[in-house]
Ligand binder design. Sequence first.
Ligand SMILES: *[C@@H]1O[C@H](CO)[C@@H](O)[C@H](O)[C@H]1NC(C)=O
Ligand SMILES: *[C@@H]1O[C@H](CO)[C@@H](O)[C@H](O)[C@H]1NC(C)=O
Length: 447
Amino acid sequence: MISRTSLLVLSALFLGLSSAQSPDDQLGFVFQMVRHGARAPLKPQPPNVFKVAGGCLTASGMRQRFLLGAYHREKYIEKYGLLDDTFNPNQIYSQATDVHRVLQSTYSEFQGLYPPTGDEFALSDGELSSLSSDKGMPPMKIRNSDAHKEAAAEDKQNRQLRAVIDGYTMIPVFSYLPNSIYDDVNQKGCYYVDQCIQNQITDPKYYAGEGREVLPIVGYHLAQAYRWPQSKVQGMNYLDFYLLADALVAEKFEGSPERANFSGEDWFYIRNAQKVVLIKSFDTLARKLLASRNFDAPMKQMGKKIDQLLGGTESRDSLRYILQSEHDTHLINAVQWLQPLSYDYVDMPFSSELVMELHYNQTCLNTPQDKGLSCFTVEALNNNIPLQFDTCITANKGRGSTSTTCLFEDFVAHLDKRKVQTQNIFTQCQSAYDPYPMMAESFFLRD
Ligand SMILES: *[C@@H]1O[C@H](CO)[C@@H](O)[C@H](O)[C@H]1NC(C)=O
Ligand SMILES: *[C@@H]1O[C@H](CO)[C@@H](O)[C@H](O)[C@H]1NC(C)=O
């Protein structure tokens, strides 16, 4: 029998958590893009499967993001000490789209990152200062607060009351309403991108090739699933299929019994519809704009963090974690835009994340002749799978290294080849979108 201690050791090994972090591998900054947790299908579905309305976050969706937050707590607080043990409002900036499931998801994740603290169920100093500096919810007036009590006792009582009243939203999440050109998370404020996606995600002609290829394969079981005549399936287009596929994936996640005996191949096409439609609903400029806007501010902040570390001005109060809470659209197009080497995936499941971690070598920073930009590397991870980039590998080779890890400057060079420069984003966002002439060529054949 395995003892409890060895199980703990085993799980620590499995998670890769070592007690003392090596000075050669420190974490300086994290930029996380994340999809909301599991939701009910976008299109209203038959009753009795979901307890929430179409498009809303489910309980298991909340749990997913709560667990993701708990995982980040282990990695970014306990393992790397990137973030303080109790919430420090100066260290984190989070922005979300104005969609309910995304906002709820973000709060759920923060509950996992900073869960309520055990016996002293009260707000920490960081939470209190967040509230009093208007970064969090404005404090509520509390009735019957006893003015005769001693100040310290009253303070404690207030903290306890506030923990109950305000505690749930202790970490603020920002979002823009209405749409704004300054909102670089939600694509709606960028006219070109919005026009492009609205056109291409509603016009079946863009996906005619995929329809011809996929519908005959999945059609039989699809008709079985919905008790439709085969003729109805034959009359469908790929966008109709995409919405059905979205519902099937959501039902499967919810643990609902499968509607038909779908084969492995069927499930591949069902899951893959998301990736196909979301990539093809963007043209090259729209994708460039979407991703450039997403990466713009976080990469600047990452650069600032490097300046602070090199200049010796880094403090525990410096910004070190940017969380962008968004949609599959953003993650799928960011990965497509980054063009990682030999990387393939079927779909971008609920709660997927794309994380850019800035690592640095403290020994290198402490060594005068080595100190410089080359002490910094960037690791890009999609659901924990490390991504590799040609720009970085070629540059490493040029330095006589076979490493696949990006130096920070090479990662920046990789983005520079692809991005719309900051000063051109506004004008390009305002440029006119012309629908593509025709794009009937199949995604599967192209790939
Ligand atoms: C799936 O296959 C099993 C075993 O072949 C069969 O009993 C069942 O009726 C099938 N389900 C559907 C929905 O066709
Ligand atoms: C960290 O930097 C030191 C000094 O430049 C170097 O000797 C060491 O190999 C580096 N460690 C890693 C893991 O790159």
